[in-house]
Write a protein that binds this ligand. Structure first.
Ligand code: MLT
Ligand code: ZN
Length: 485
């Protein structure tokens, strides 16, 4: 199922036909020009492409897909190329075309009554957030790569990020979609309805399908009221157990206020403050772990700052936290978020690292961190566990940085051992091996053990029904059928 077919038309004929559709500025064929589209940003995968195509509208995309379907050309959809799992990188055969929707970058409409935004696939998440904000609303989806990640990819991967605990993942924010299906047909589903029970939820099938079932071209996103007050605080805690108690306290007082609850290990914070310029810890002493809490409300008279001081004061008195600082200005709030958002970059600068984007029920996060830390330290002495992430929704990036002095290649050679060690614990805790980064080409091998039986069989039936020639992003998400047994 995962091997790509070979195009049935000669390369130069295909290129000519593609050029007819997208025009000379919409196609790249030189190896030097296509190279940036053939490597993922983590530098894990290096492929080749027959061409990179940049259609300007849905009609052009539909014509390209029809041509590819007719001549067995495998297609790799790509947005901002920020996948963590190689989900948008072509294979090494040079038979695949990479198709980028970055020219489809209009925000078509923001409707203040429907609280919706109609946005094309190539708009970056940040541009969409800013447009919503300028119109007096909020698009409540926030991820570290939002400056580059594009709406099409954000939806195709069902991105989660920092505000999932309050607003849900990308999936929960999509009301309607337009998409080009694997045969080139256009699914016209740009509906802005809160209620619409009319058959299978095709849009939800496309969301999270990682480009294996079609191209998302435009979406209707649901907007939220802007918060009138936001308070961010960095809290020092002894461990994840204390962090969980803090979450319980905040939710017990007023669950509606918690907008983000991000955990960071002391190791991860030390890496950020030592490797990322213009960062420093705004607390008197280093701590074993930290939580970045953000409270927000659309109510104008909430006196949120006083509320936050009160609840954090109680947490301090109860010994749940050992210190805290509340941002006094928008600049300080951005500074606190920088400490969190730079975790991945700091880890990259610290040498080779292995990512485990996992989730468990929120109540199990402390146990996950304790057990996975012990198991990985036993596996590779000197390894530096630096877990961080969206603790409020149960998604921890259980990332591990190589031991100091170890050759990066030697560490990376143990990647699968490390991932399997963490995964075994996650499984015992009823979690998932991929919380928000998806499966891509990094993790299909884990699908039979985690999603096998009727679940994987149904996925294969869906894929075969919609994309019988396996032309849409082959090799991603589903493993070769031979691995099913
Ligand atoms: C983040 O939340 O910063 C990214 O999803 C994390 C990562 O690099 O693992
Ligand atoms: Zn994340």
């Amino acid at each position: 199922m995962t091997a790509s077919p070979s195009p049935t038309l000669a390369r130069h004929d295909l290129i000519a036909r593609f050029t007819e559709i997208v025009g000379p500025t919409g196609i790249l064929t030189d190896a030097a020009d296509t190279a940036p589209f053939c490597t993922d940003w983590r530098d894990l995968y290096h492929g080749r492409a027959l061409a990179v195509l940049r259609p300007a509208d849905t009609e052009a995309l539909s014509r390209i897909v029809r041509l590819c379907a007719e001549h067995d050309v495998p297609m790799v959809p790509q947005g901002g190329n920020t996948s963590m799992v190689g989900g948008a990188t072509p294979d090494g055969t040079g038979r695949e075309v990479v198709i980028c929707l970055s020219r489809m970058n209009r925000i078509r409409n923001i409707d203040p009554h429907d609280l919706t935004m109609e946005v094309e696939a190539g708009v970056t998440l940040k541009a969409a957030q800013e447009a919503a904000w300028e119109a007096g609303f909020m698009l409540p989806l926030s991820i570290s790569s939002e400056g580059s990640a594009q709406i099409g990819g954000v939806l195709a991967t069902n991105a989660g990020g920092n505000n999932t605990l309050r607003y849900g993942n990308a999936r929960e924010l999509v009301l309607g979609l337009e998409a080009v299906m694997p045969d080139g047909g256009v699914f016209h589903g740009l509906r802005r309805l809160r209620k619409d029970n009319t058959g299978y939820a095709l849009r939800q099938l496309l969301v999270g399908s990682e480009g294996t079932l079609g191209f998302i071209t435009t979406a209707i996103m649901q907007l939220s009221p802007q918060p009138r007050e936001i308070v961010a605080a960095l809290c020092a805690v002894e461990d994840a157990d204390a962090a969980l108690k803090l979450l319980g306290l905040l939710r017990g007082r007023d669950p509606a206020l918690v907008q983000a609850f991000e955990f960071m290990s002391g190791t991860g914070m030390d890496l950020v403050t030592s490797l990322i310029p213009a960062t420093s810890l705004p607390l008197e002493e280093r701590a074993p772990a930290y939580v970045l809490v953000e409270l927000a409300t659309p109510r104008p008279d909430a006196e949120l700052r006083e509320y936050a001081e009160g609840v954090l004061g109680d947490a301090l008195e109860a010994g749940i936290i050992t210190d805290a600082v509340i941002a006094e200005s928008e600049g300080q709030r951005a500074g606190l978020w920088k400490l969190r958002e730079e975790h991945a970059e700091a880890q990259r600068r610290a040498g080779a690292s292995v990512k485990n984007d996992v989730s468990v029920p929120v109540s199990h996060v402390p146990e996950l961190i304790k057990r996975a830390t012990a198991a990985c330290t036993a596996l590779i002495p000197g390894i530096r566990p630096a877990p961080f992430g969206h603790m409020g929704d149960g998604n921890i990036h259980f990332n591990l940085v190589q031991p100091e002095g170890m050759a990066p290649e030697a560490f990376l050679a143990r990647s699968h051992d490390i991932m399997d060690t963490v995964a075994a614990i996650v499984k015992e805790l009823d979690g998932s091996f991929s919380a928000e980064h998806g499966v891509g080409q990094l993790k299909p091998y884990m699908m039979p053990a985690w999603r096998g039986g009727a679940e994987l069989a149904a996925m294969r039936h869906i894929k075969a029904a919609l994309d019988p020639r396996n032309l849409m992003n082959p090799g991603k998400v589903l493993p070769p059928a031979t691995q099913d047994a």
